[in-house]
Design a protein around this ligand. Structure first.
Ligand code: GUN
Length: 294
């Protein structure tokens, strides 16, 4: 039976460290790190995420600036706000919650954020730096959290075969690029498989470390995993509750019951990757502050 990788308690440990660091920075510079979070519209999931980001900031002593704009905000107005935040020295990190309403070009907004304040790690300057292994960048929060979980469970990553299922710009591509670099938290042999593969199990069975970010429940079942693998489940899906009719339940992309019997370690859903994401955002905000106060 696999060890359960407890993302919640690891995230809490990291938050304690961030809190200590923020308190030292406040004594040194007299101003706390600042994070601006922009929400356009009232998408229920985004509203919850944004609220949790503010709570996280409060917990570690980061000052948060909240911008809630109406759904019909036009692109020019949002670009103006981004520019204002780029120029505000109290704001070290800028996060524009995605998805944006359809009439706004998300790419244009992401490109407008100063890469030195892009704590989401979505700006192409940061994406490019990740690819060439330049650590003077921001890693997107979910892959950053995944790397932290993996490196805490496996100290010798050199030469391990890491297989990623899914090629999204937010998870699949960045985690693959991060884990292929030559450093002690990476140095893996990396494969990305995706929907064009006739049979993803050909790849998943070879994984020492399997990162599943496909977006569908049950993408990886027990027969698709090697004995002793480390399995990171990035999925967040709503599925019908197995016991209560009419209710739903959060499930990942991995069939937990089957895979946990074969894996050496596995992340649960919820409580695995999820709690790490906002914690890494807080870490990125402190990194931004340090870069801007050199
Ligand atoms: N929406 C869902 N996840 C994220 C994230 O990591 N960053 C932003 N900006 N929006 C999101």
């Amino acid at each position: 039976m696999a060890t359960i990788i407890d993302g919640k308690s690891i995230a809490q440990e990291i938050r304690e460290d961030i809190k200590t660091e923020v308190s030292a920075l406040l004594s040194k510079h007299q101003t706390p790190p600042g994070l601006a979070v922009v929400l356009v519209g009232a998408d229920p999931a985004s509203t919850v995420y944004v609220r949790n980001k503010h709570k996280g900031c409060e917990e570690v002593g980061i000052r948060s600036f909240e911008y809630k704009l109406p759904e019909d905000t036009d692109e020019a107005k949002l670009l103006l706000l981004v520019e204002e935040l780029n120029n505000n020295p109290e704001v070290n990190g800028i996060l524009v919650q995605l998805p944006l309403p359809k009439h706004i070009d998300s790419e244009k907004i992401i490109h407008a954020i100063n890469p030195e304040k892009d704590v989401d790690g979505f700006h192409p300057i940061n994406t490019g730096k990740i690819m060439i292994g330049d650590d003077d960048c921001f890693y997107p929060c979910t892959p950053f959290g995944i790397q932290e979980l993996i490196s805490r469970y496996e100290d010798n990553l050199k030469g391990k075969h890491l297989v990623v299922v899914g090629r999204s710009n937010i998870v699949g591509k960045p985690i693959a690029n991060m884990m292929v670099q030559k450093n002690e938290k990476a140095n893996c042999i990396v494969t990305i498989c995706h929907t064009a593969a006739p049979d993803i199990s050909y790849y998943t069975k070879q994984a020492d470390i399997l990162v599943v970010a496909a977006g569908y429940p049950n993408t990886v079942t027990g027969d698709m995993v090697k004995e002793g693998a480390i399995v990171i489940d990035v999925g967040v899906n709503r599925a019908p509750h197995p016991e209560i009719e009419g209710k739903t339940k959060l499930v990942g992309d991995v069939n937990f019951a089957e895979v946990s019997v074969k894996a050496k370690a596995i992340t649960p859903v919820p409580g695995g990757v999820g709690p790490m994401t906002i914690t890494m955002l807080l870490k990125n905000t402190v990194k931004a502050y340090n870069l801007q106060n050199k």
